[in-house]
Ligand binder design. Structure first.
Ligand SMILES: *Cc1c(COP(=O)(O)O)cnc(C)c1O
Length: 361
């Protein structure tokens, strides 16, 4: 069996090296005679996995001691609710920017818990760009300001963060985290479902400035309380042990083999460059996102004709380039090229696009 190049937006590819290591350790992890899946989450063996993963995360993202790193369950969607329940507790207000489907969902969720103001939206243009903001629309007394750093479905990303003054910036970084270095100090909270770029589905990473951890709203489920989760070191209840273990292997791979986040960024820029350069010159395909907002990790494009798009996706699948369909809500194509997608995968895709164009123009 040969492995395919999987362009899915998530769950997505994991580094082959990591999968091999996990397979090697599946029956006996580190000589303890059991799999990580079977280990007590309070055992010494798991402690070692847990703390080394957290330390590596801190090292790679240069997270200092004023921040807490939490390994939670429930996906990014659960954070859409946890963020307001934990943070909208002083003035009951938050500002949101709508830049895609997920930021809309986050906003709708927050509206259940307080006064939410939409301070920018690019919905009218089909989320093809990051909205332009006017600083005077921001509320100085908002408890936080929420953005989605990379819009997985539409293929756009923030190139410059908004200046929110003293209002903590909260970011959904699900399809952004670990794709490049990040200045964590600019954020109050960063949260991410791990299944895009860090681990299998089931782990949610939350990086939060410690001074923002306080009493949540009284009805907040205990497992969604940042305070409880921080005090119990993410182990109030059983954490997603297996996913944390794989996340550790992924971080190790980035550190030891890919040259850290700087190295990964360089490769990611090369990969995205190959695709965007081809799209610039193509007579059949065109990119969906505005030039100035194009994502490093999700490249959206279309031929403009549904039948042609469908035949492209089908043809690509036949040669081992799979899951190139756009999100069901937008159609077209999307190539998600996270860290684990090798450069050869992108080269093969561009080659196939070139060939398809020749045959279909
Ligand atoms: C995938 C994704 C989500 C949803 O994540 P779940 O873990 O499935 O809840 C939210 N936001 C962004 C930016 C995503 O890419």
């Amino acid at each position: 069996m040969s492995r395919v190049y999987n362009f899915s937006a998530g769950p997505s590819m994991l580094p082959e090296r990591v999968l091999r290591q996990a397979a090697y350790e599946i029956l006996d992890c580190g000589g303890c005679g059991q799999s990580v899946m079977e280990m007590s989450h309070r055992s010494e063996e798991f402690d070692e996995i847990f703390y080394s993963t957290k330390e590596r995360m801190r090292r790679l993202l240069k997270i200092n001691d004023s921040y807490e790193v939490l390994f939670l369950q429930g996906g990014a969607s659960t954070q859409f609710a946890a963020v307001p329940m934990n943070l909208m507790v002083h003035n009951g207000k938050a500002d949101y920017v709508l830049s895609g489907n997920f930021s809309e969902k986050a906003c709708r969720e927050a509206e259940k818990y307080g006064d939410v103001k939409i301070v920018g939206s690019s919905k009218e243009c089909g989320y093809a760009k990051i909205p332009t903001l006017r600083k005077r629309d921001f509320r100085g007394d908002a408890d936080y300001f929420h953005i989605c750093l990379n819009n997985t479905i539409f293929g756009t990303e923030w190139k410059k963060l908004p200046d929110t003054g003293n209002v903590p910036l909260v970011a959904d970084a699900s399809s952004y985290i670990l794709s490049r270095p990040m200045d964590v100090g600019k954020f109050g909270v960063i949260y991410a479902g791990a299944q895009k770029n860090a681990a299998p589905a089931g782990l949610t990473i939350v990086i939060i400035r410690k001074d923002l951890i306080g009493e949540p709203m009284s009805f907040t489920p205990t497992v969604l309380s940042y305070k409880v989760m921080s005090e119990s070191d993410s182990r109030y209840n059983t954490p997603p042990c297996w996913c944390i273990y794989i996340c550790g292997l992924v971080l190790k791979w980035i550190e030891a083999e890919m040259g850290g986040l700087e190295g990964i960024e360089e490769i990611n820029r090369e990969k995205a460059g190959l695709l965007y350069d081809f799209l610039e010159s193509s007579k059949l395909f065109k990119g969906c996102a505005d030039r100035g907002c194009r994502s490093l990790t999700n490249v959206t494009f279309t031929s403009g004709d549904r039948a042609t798009d469908e035949s492209f996706i089908k043809g690509a699948g036949k040669v081992g380039l799979v899951n190139l369909n756009g999100h069901r809500s937008v159609g077209g194509m999307r190539a998600s090229i996270y860290n684990a997608m090798p450069k050869e995968g992108v080269e093969r895709l561009v080659e196939f696009m070139r060939k398809f164009e020749k045959e279909n123009l």
